[in-house]
Design a protein around this ligand. Structure first.
Ligand code: SF4
Length: 85
């Protein structure tokens, strides 16, 4: 089942998922953004090494759809509610 092997990599701006079951090893990602995609590293996707737009652009070129990227929006309020005495 492909979903069981889905890898998730996240920066403050963008979340990248990689499904190794459907990657066709075209290496487009490696050539497009080598600072982010580098299979010589154990954690081979590092979205924090480029801007969100660069990551989204590189992921959009993945021919198989193995890579997907989403902008991260915080679900936590940036300001805490006032404390009650
Ligand atoms: S671009 Fe997509 S299909 Fe090609 S190597 Fe990267 S993840 Fe795999």
């Amino acid at each position: 089942m492909a979903r069981d092997r889905l890898q998730v990599y996240q920066s403050n701006e963008v979340r990248v998922t990689f499904d190794p079951e459907i990657c066709i090893h075209s290496r487009v990602c490696l050539r497009t953004l080598p600072g982010v995609f580098d299979v010589s590293r154990k954690r081979w996707v590092r979205p924090e090494n480029a801007s969100a737009s660069e990551v989204l652009d590189a992921v959009s070129k993945c021919p198989s759809g193995a890579l997907q990227a989403y902008l991260v929006t915080s679900v936590h309020p940036s300001v805490s509610p006032p404390k009650k005495d």
